[in-house]
Design a binder for this molecule. Structure first.
Ligand SMILES: NC(=O)c1ccc[n+]([C@@H]2O[C@H](COP(=O)([O-])OP(=O)(O)OC[C@H]3O[C@@H](n4cnc5c(N)ncnc54)[C@H](O)[C@@H]3O)[C@@H](O)[C@H]2O)c1
Ligand SMILES: C[N+](C)(C)CCCC=O
Ligand code: NA
Length: 504
C-alpha cells in the first residue's frame, strides 16, 4: 500500500502569487472517502475573496511581465509547471487518491496527463506567436487588414471533483497559453491538488495574478465569480443544474460561457465482433473506470440480442474479477465514490431501478468486505425499459444498465434516446456500419471499438444537454482568445461619401 501518511498541506487561497487567508476565515473539512475520516481542511472563499482575486488577475494582465508576454515566454512557464508536476507526481497522486477515492493507478495516470496537457499547450502557445497576427487580403487598394488573436482577458474556471486536477488543467493550461489571467474554483469535495498547483506556480515563478486559486463552496465562491462584472468568460465543467445557474448569471452581463456537463452515453455492441473478451473489457472500462464518475461514461449498454446472453456472461466474469479496495492498495481497480452524498445518490438510483421493475444482475450493494468508506459494488442492471429513471438519468457511479436490440435502426434509436449528447461508442468489425453510427450518433465524441481514450489534440465536449463549447485541442485554446479585426484606410484619396463643404 502507498503511504497513506502523506501529510495534507494546510493551504490558504492562492491570490496574486501569495497564500492569503479568506476574508471570512472559514474553512471546509477534507474527507477521505475510503475511510470517512476528516484528514484536513481547505479555505472557503466568499464574494470578498473573489473581488480580490479578480483585481489581482486584472493587474496581471495590465503588467508587462504577464500582459505583454509572447506565446514562447508563456510556454516556458507551462513547461516548468509540467516538469514540477512530474517531479511531485507520487505525492500529488497520493493526495488525489486520499481526497477523491480515485485508485492510485488512475491518480498517477492523471498526473501524467496533467503534465502532458501543460506540454501540449506550451507547444500551442509557441505556435500562437506566428498566428497572432494574420493578414487578410481584400484585393483592395484602399484598405489593409489583419486579424489579431488576443487573450480574452480575466477568465473564471469552475471545475468538478471527478478528475480534480486534470479537469482544472484542461482549462488552466489553454487559458495561460492564450495569455489570459485565470481564477480557478475547484470543487469543494476535492481541492487538495488544485491548491498544490498554486504552490507549483509559486515555485516556478509564474507572474503574480496570472493564476489565482479560490477553493470554496459553489454558491459562495463560484456564484460571485460567474456574476462578476470584470470576469470576461466562465468555462465550466460540472452538473447540468449548476451549468444552468452559471449560464443564467452570465446572461445578465452577456458574459460568454462554455459548459461541459453530464452524459448518459451509449455503447452499442454488435454480434459481428470477433472477440467477446475485448468488447467486454472496453464495456467495463467505459463504466467502471474512476468508479463510473466520468462524464463520458458509457453507462447504457445496447447489445445485439443474438449475443446478449453470451456477452453478459462474459461481462459478469470480468466484473467479478475487479479488485475493490482502499484506492491506495496495489491493483485496486475500483475505489469508493467521492462523498456520502454521492454514495446515497447512487444507492437510491439502484433501489429506484429495482422498484421500477428492473433486475439487478450483479452488485447493487456495499461490498461485504468493506465496512467503512463510500463503496458501491460494480453494478449491472437488466430488464430496463426506456421510461425508467436508470435509463434516462446520469448516475455518476459504477452502474451499467443494459438493453438489447435486433436491428441497426433500433440500436441507433436507443442510442440517441437521451437528453444528453456527450459521447457514444460502437463495437463492430463492419467499417461501413461504424461510419453510419458515426453520422447517426448525436454527440460530440465518438469511440469506435473502444470507450474513453482521450487525447490532448482532440476536441472534448458535447451537444444537447451535455453543453456547448470545447476543451482540449486547438479548440480549447481558441475559447480563450478574442478575435480582433484591424482595418486600415491606406488611400491618399478622400472617402467621398459626403459632399465636401469646401466645394460649396
Ligand atoms: N462534460 C465534462 O467534460 C464533464 C467532466 C467532469 C464532470 N462532468 C459533470 O460534472 C458533474 C459532477 O461534478 P460535480 O458534482 O462537481 O458538479 P457540480 O455542478 O455540483 O459542481 C461543479 C463545480 O461547480 C461549483 N458550483 C456549484 N454550485 C455553483 C453555483 N451556484 N455557482 C457557481 N459554481 C457552482 C462547484 O463548487 C464545483 O466547483 C456530473 O454531472 C458530470 O457529468 C462533466
Ligand atoms: C477521458 N477521461 C480521462 C476519462 C476524462 C473524462 C472527463 C470527464 O469526466
Ligand atoms: Na474529499
Amino acid at each position: 500500500m502507498a503511504n497513506r501518511n502523506v501529510p495534507i498541506p494546510r493551504r490558504q487561497l492562492y491570490i496574486g502569487g501569495e497564500w492569503r487567508e479568506p476574508v471570512k476565515k472559514n474553512r471546509i473539512p477534507i474527507i477521505n472517502p475510503a475511510t470517512e475520516e476528516i484528514i484536513g481542511d481547505i479555505p472557503a472563499a466568499t464574494a470578498e475573496d473573489v473581488d480580490i482575486a479578480v483585481e489581482a488577475a486584472r493587474k496581471a494582465i495590465a503588467r508587462d511581465d504577464w500582459g505583454s508576454t509572447t506565446g514562447a515566454q508563456r510556454a516556458k512557464y507551462l513547461r516548468a509547471i509540467a516538469a514540477k508536476v512530474l517531479e511531485k507526481k507520487s505525492v500529488l497522486a497520493t493526495l488525489e487518491s486520499l481526497d477523491s477515492g480515485k485508485t492510485l493507478f488512475e491518480s498517477a495516470a492523471d498526473m501524467d496527463d496533467v503534465a502532458g496537457c501543460f506540454e501540449y499547450y506550451a507547444d500551442l502557445a509557441e505556435a500562437l506567436d506566428s498566428r497572432r497576427k494574420t493578414p487578410v487580403n481584400l484585393n483592395s487598394d484602399s484598405f489593409k487588414t489583419y486579424v489579431l488573436r488576443e487573450p480574452l482577458g480575466v477568465v473564471g474556471l469552475i471545475t468538478p471533483w471527478n478528475y480534480p486536477l486534470l479537469m482544472a488543467i484542461w482549462k488552466v493550461a489553454p487559458a495561460l497559453a492564450a495569455g489570459c489571467a485565470a481564477i480557478l474554483k475547484p470543487s469543494e469535495l476535492a481541492s487538495i491538488t488544485c491548491l498544490e498547483l498554486g504552490e507549483i506556480c509559486r515555485e516556478i515563478g509564474l507572474p503574480s495574478g496570472a493564476l489565482n486559486i479560490l477553493t470554496g463552496l459553489g454558491p459562495e465562491a463560484g456564484g460571485p465569480l460567474a456574476s462578476h462584472p470584470h470576469v470576461d468568460k466562465i468555462s465550466f465543467t460540472g452538473s447540468g443544474p449548476t451549468g444552468s445557474k452559471i449560464m443564467t448569471a452570465a446572461a445578465q452581463l452577456v458574459k460568454p460561457v462554455s459548459l461541459e456537463l453530464g452524459g448518459k452515453s451509449p455503447i452499442v455492441v454488435f454480434d459481428d465482433i470477433d472477440n467477446l473478451d475485448i468488447a467486454a473489457e472496453w464495456t467495463l472500462f467505459g463504466i467502471f473506470a474512476n468508479t463510473g464518475q466520468v462524464c463520458s461514461a458509457t453507462s447504457r449498454l445496447i447489445v445485439q440480442e443474438s449475443i446478449a446472453s453470451a456477452f453478459l456472461d462474459r461481462l459478469l466474469k470480468w466484473t467479478k474479477n475487479i479488485k475493490i479496495s482502499d484506492p491506495l492498495e496495489e491493483d485496486c481497480k475500483l475505489g469508493p465514490v467521492v462523498s456520502a452524498g454521492q454514495y446515497e445518490k447512487v444507492l437510491k438510483f439502484i433501489s429506484n431501478a429495482k422498484s421500477e421493475g428492473a433486475t439487478i444482475l450483479y452488485g447493487g450493494e456495499r461490498p461485504q468486505h468493506l465496512k467503512k468508506g463510500y463503496y458501491v459494488q460494480p453494478t449491472i442492471i437488466t430488464d430496463v425499459n426506456t421510461s425508467m429513471e436508470i435509463w434516462k438519468e446520469e448516475v455518476f457511479g459504477p452502474v451499467l444498465c443494459v438493453k438489447t436490440f435486433k436491428t441497426e435502426e433500433e440500436a441507433i434509436e436507443l442510442a440517441n434516446d437521451t437528453k444528453y449528447g456527450l459521447a457514444a461508442a460502437v463495437m463492430s468489425k463492419d467499417v461501413k456500419r461504424c461510419e453510419r453510427f458515426t453520422k447517426a450518433f448525436q454527440t460530440g465524441i465518438i469511440w469506435i471499438n473502444c470507450s474513453q481514450p482521450t487525447f490532448n489534440q482532440l476536441p472534448w465536449g458535447g451537444k444537447k444537454r451535455s453543453g456547448f463549447g470545447r476543451d482540449l485541442g486547438e479548440w480549447g485554446l481558441e475559447s480563450f482568445l478574442n478575435i480582433k479585426q484591424v482595418t486600415e484606410y491606406t488611400s491618399a484619396e478622400p472617402w467621398a461619401f459626403y459632399k465636401s463643404p469646401s466645394r460649396n
